[in-house]
Design a protein around this ligand. Structure first.
Ligand code: NAD
Length: 358
């Protein structure tokens, strides 16, 4: 059956980078038998300008109806003056919660051609390919009770609750094991089970779910050691799975190992594999409208979409290979350009990827 994608370009560089990603989708539909249709809609600041809300009920309904969503980025200084309830970023939070997108996939991939961009030695990070699976809708960021209270002695005390139910751990475990089945079949679960009971249960549930994936090797690591290992020897990891707060920190740390924010895609998945796919970077207002932005993170988001929501691993591989080819050919947008490379615009990078796909 034909699959439906909702495309939400958003603000700033969003329309420019998504424009190149939909050219890739068009090429796969026209020349490689991909059975997909897509439609576009406004989100974020551009939606606010047209409808005085960053996410209309109609677009939310379209998102619920779609099989997957491709998003550019939202936000920019123009909308910062508005009340927080109608800021562009609210649209993303609402989409994530309404669609129950609890499983955040953040790959940290460093193409060998860009190994110099990392702050680590090239031999430590060249060809790095780690996938961080972060639980996105639970844990200490959402746990109750929370707040700031005044104690009997008059001192104020801040408090939050680190809480995970078995079902929440089970569903993120399945996301991690399924992702590992598409990769090197190794999952490292990151916790603090020596100190936090909540993560003692996390570890127990991870072990239980792993029995359903006998081909996948499960190991456990304390979060402090995981942070250390990520900067010491990051290539030891295949899939890392962890809770909301640890994942927040480790995924940014892993992304920075690659040194190139314009290269990294991400996915947020529900229990049925439906997902919202987007680059990890923002709307880059400083370069918006200049045809300078790197579209590769968004093009790689299409690859993730095909792999994780549509089961089209071979077509996803084709996109990944095309991106690697254009890097081999020396094409670089300004953010990843170094002397001796060929400096290209957003659209020229799109042209090069399409040529490599063909
Ligand atoms: P940013 O990621 O937009 O930009 C940080 C720096 O990286 C800028 O110098 C920018 O030019 C550069 N950059 C980012 N993406 C690039 C690309 N594809 N190619 C080349 N260079 C790129 O972060 P910011 O400046 O902190 O935020 C700008 C706006 O984006 C804010 O309104 C913020 O709220 C929003 N934002 C949105 C998302 C999202 O939509 N998911 C995520 C982060 C930030």
């Amino acid at each position: 059956m034909t699959k439906k994608v909702l495309v939400l370009p958003g603000d700033g560089i969003g329309p420019e980078i998504v424009g190149q990603a939909t050219r890739v989708l068009d090429a796969l539909i026209e020349n490689h038998g991909l059975d997909v249709t897509y439609e576009s809609a406004l989100v974020g600041g551009s939606s606010y300008d047209a409808h005085e809300t960053p996410l209309t009920d109609e677009v939310l309904a379209q998102a619920k109806d779609a099989d997957a969503i491709l998003l550019g980025a939202v936000g920019g200084p123009k909308w910062e003056q508005y009340d927080i309830s109608v800021r562009p970023e609210k649209a993303l939070l609402k989409l994530r919660s309404e669609l129950e997108l609890f499983g955040n996939l953040r790959p940290a991939i460093l193409y060998k051609q860009l190994a110099d961009a990392s702050s680590l030695k090239p031999e430590l990070v060249s060809d790095l390919d780690v996938l961080i699976v972060r639980e996105l809708t639970g844990g200490i960021y959402f746990g109750q009770p929370r707040g700031i209270r005044t104690l009997e002695n008059g001192e104020r005390q801040g408090f939050n609750t680190y809480v995970y139910s078995e079902s929440e751990v089970e569903r993120i475990a399945h996301v991690a094991f399924k992702a590992a089945m598409l990769r090197d079949k190794r999952v490292c679960s990151v916790d603090k089970a020596n100190v936090l009971e909540a993560t003692e249960l996390w570890r127990e549930v991870m072990e239980r779910v792993s029995k359903e994936y006998p081909e996948v090797e499960l190991t456990h690591m304390y979060v402090d050691n995981a942070a250390m290992q990520l900067v010491r020897a990051p290539k030891q990891f295949d899939v890392m799975v962890t809770g909301n707060m640890f994942g927040d920190i480790l995924s940014d740390c892993a992304a920075m190992l690659t040194g190139s924010i314009g290269m990294l895609p991400s996915a947020s998945l529900d229990a049925n594999g439906k997902g919202m796919y987007e680059p990890i970077h923002g709307s880059a207002p400083d370069i918006a409208g200049q045809n300078k932005a790197n579209p590769l993170a968004t093009i790689l988001s299409v690859s993730m979409l095909l792999r994780h929501s549509f089961g089209e691993g071979a077509l996803a591989d084709k996109i990944d290979q095309a991106v690697s080819t254009v890097l081999d050919q020396g094409y670089r947008t300004a953010d990843i350009h170094t002397e001796g490379d060929t400096l290209v615009s957003t659209t020229e990078m799109g042209d090069a990827v399409l040529k490599a796909l063909a």
